[in-house]
Design a protein around this ligand. Structure first.
Ligand code: AMP
Length: 635
């Protein structure tokens, strides 16, 4: 058969499925173990899987100490802020010192093994120190994206119940100071759980009043504790490394929980086989530590591989659209990771911003987090003259499900496809209603993974095994398989194409938002009776959220001025409670929402109408005038 998929890759992939023990035992040698494991995978209690059972390991040792011992002066963390005009470079030795100082602060604050530490920080080195310090002492970090506001933060505080919170006075975005401390104080005020300590990094961007007896000053503690030795706490492989909240169908975000050993091995293997990052080189991911890409490929992955990680506080277009490429040139970046939206933003600027720099060090640009459209892929490939590799994965998996592993064998990219299933993933396309496996090419089905999930993937939902099983493993009749909640098809060559979510997740510029969370926030406005939030296709951001609200008193939006005023109020409410990242592009007022006769909101039909598509079979629609109102509004 004439296939664009290389035979070496086929054999590699097949072995990962036929002989997972042998395959993963080999990958496990990419990291250091204090005690070797006795069993590769315990899958005796499906769908739960425990990887490298009996092994003892530490993520911080693998990311920092082992490199500090061998190559202490090599760069480990390069921080550039084009927001505040500062730069710092930490060698592995210096990074170890900073992490140990932070670990000592956490210990003094009463943080022990298994305790949670919530990190609510902008893109500054101290955020990475905090994560690594948690890993060092066996604490569980829970990073909350800095774009989230007080209610979103309070919900996460109540779920994680942190002993300590690490935060900063402010971030900066597009040259504008974004204070964090007032949002954090408000979140703690409305949360039921109260952290005993808040460790504050004061960047001098936004004055704040420390809370007596609770807030600690990072600079003062650092002055005292730098030089303190804090040994790595060796943890069982299946101990919890972190939780990271992600949106789904309900209003309550899920704490995706990950282990230590499986994650370390999965990241080390991905750095070798997928990203081809080598010790001594520089990796540049433009994501944020608040997202899974930031965890896996700003902090842990590159460092585990012995690479320097470049952390950038800033946007791709300030001071101009050449900034990222100047950084690539200056720091000799070899591997870069970004999102399609960033490429679409750059596309609006002069291509010379990319072309005029010496990008000879750069081997590959990886893009992930949302669908990569063909015009954008072609534009950036032409502009850079480098291979563009799409990655498809999720917060839940921690590393790519579909891509091309060019570290294993040469592979041809196909525009519009993230690639082929990665090693360790047993991918099946299923008919959602019958559970039947779709074997023919080009059939649309639900993208699922047969258990056990490979190392690095989520262990469970934090403190809610039942929700883990119900949410991810119970959607298909007669089968217990993990649902990605994405539709996909596979072509004749075995390449997959992602066709959109099967649930109510909205993907704005690669940021994952839940319809329900935004709806609950808007429904809290006193004038609103009920509301539907849907994701609508957008040329720049992939999708934007749009809200349709029914008012308790329709007179509230009777005139265009009144409607505009109310829309502004509702949008401000979302900004204040959830954060600007969740703000819908519009709030439209209707007198009725499209629902089924049994009262289920037809979000998919609303979305279709907004995108001028056929809403499909509307046999269950209760009142057709509801959809007509939306059609009239969107034109
Ligand atoms: P997150 O958990 O925030 O990483 O979001 C994961 C979701 O983003 C996936 O379930 C997909 O719906 C979407 N997604 C991520 N990467 C890609 C990609 N390369 N192509 C298409 N969709 C993607």
């Amino acid at each position: 058969m004439n296939s664009p998929i290389d035979a070496t890759w086929r054999a590699f992939h097949q072995r990962s499925l036929d002989d997972p023990d042998g395959f993963w035992a080999e990958q496990a040698r990419l990291v250091d173990w204090e005690r070797d494991f006795d069993q590769i995978c315990d899958a005796s209690r499906p769908p739960f899987a425990r990887w490298f059972v009996g092994g003892r390991i530490n993520l911080c040792h693998n990311a920092v100490d082992r490199h500090a011992a061998r190559r202490p002066d090599d760069a480990a963390l390069i921080w550039v802020s084009t927001e505040v005009g500062q730069e710092r470079v930490y060698s592995f030795a210096a990074l170890k010192d900073e992490v140990e100082a932070m670990a000592a602060m956490l210990r003094e604050g009463g943080v022990g093994v298994g305790d949670r530490v919530l990190i609510y920080m902008p893109m500054i080195p101290e955020a990475a120190f905090a994560m690594l310090a948690c890993a060092r002492i066996g604490a569980v970090h829970s990073v909350v994206f800095g774009g989230f506001a007080s209610q979103a933060l309070a919900d996460r505080i109540d779920d994680a119940e942190p002993v300590m919170i690490v935060s900063a006075d402010a971030g900066s975005r597009g040259g504008k100071v974004v204070p964090y401390k007032p949002l954090l104080d408000e979140a703690i005020r409305i949360a039921s759980h109260q952290p005993s300590r808040v460790l504050m990094v004061d960047r001098g961007l936004s004055a704040f009043q420390p809370v007596q007896g609770r807030d600690l000053d990072y600079a003062a503690l650092r002055a005292r504790l730098l030089g303190t030795r804090v040994d790595c706490e060796w943890l069982p492989s299946d101990a919890i490394s972190y939780t990271l909240y992600t949106s789904g169908t309900t209003g309550k975000p899920k704490g995706v929980q990950r282990d230590v050993g499986g994650y370390a091995v999965a990241l080390a293997a991905s750095m070798k086989h997928i990203y081809e990052g080598r010790a001594g080189e520089t990796f540049f991911s433009t994501s944020d530590i608040g997202w899974v890409v930031g965890h896996s490929y700003i902090v842990y992955g590159p460092l585990i591989a012995g690479m320097a990680t470049l952390m950038h506080e800033g946007t791709p277009v300030l001071p101009d659209a050449g900034i990222w490429w100047r950084l690539v040139e200056r720091f000799k970046v070899t591997v870069m990771f970004s999102a399609p939206t960033a490429a679409r933003v750059l596309k609006k600027h002069d291509i010379e911003h990319l072309k005029r720099h010496d990008l000879s060090s750069l081997r590959t640009l990886f893009l992930a987090g949302e669908p990569l459209d063909e015009p954008t892929a072609r534009w950036i490939a032409d502009a850079l003259g480098k291979p563009i590799i799409d990655n498809y994965w999720q917060t839940e998996t921690g590393w790519p499900i579909l891509t091309l592993a060019r570290g294993v064998a040469p592979a041809e990219a196909k525009f519009g496809s993230p690639g082929v299933p990665m090693y360790g993933y047993r991918i099946e396309l299923l008919d959602e209603r019958t559970g039947e496996v779709l074997t023919e090419p080009n059939q649309k089905g639900l993208l699922t993974i047969a258990g056990p999930l490979p190392p690095g993937c989520m262990q469970t939902v934090w403190r809610d095994d039942e929700r883990f099983v119900r949410t991810y493993w119970s959607g298909v009749p007669g089968r217990q398989v993990y649902s990605t909640f994405d539709w996909a098809l596979r072509d004749e060559d075995g390449y997959y194409f992602i066709l959109g979510r099967s649930d109510d997740v909205i993907n704005v510029a690669g940021h994952r938002l839940g319809s329900r969370e935004i709806e609950e926030c808007i429904a809290g406005h006193p004038a609103v009776a009920e509301v539907a939030v849907v994701g609508v296709a957008d040329a720049l951001k992939g999708q934007v959220a749009t809200a349709f609200a029914v008012l308790k008193d329709p007179a509230g939006a009777a005139t265009p001025e009144a409607a505009l005023r109310l829309e502004g109020e509702i949008l401000r409410r979302v900004d204040q409670l959830l954060g600007a990242v969740a703000r819908p592009s519009r709030v439209r007022f209707v007198t009725l929402l499209p629902k089924t006769r049994s009262g289920k909101l037809l979000r998919r039909a609303i979305q279709a109408v907004c995108e001028h598509r056929d809403p499909g079979d509307l046999i269950t629609l209760d009142d057709p005038s509801a959809l007509q109102q939306i059609r009239d509004l969107v034109g």
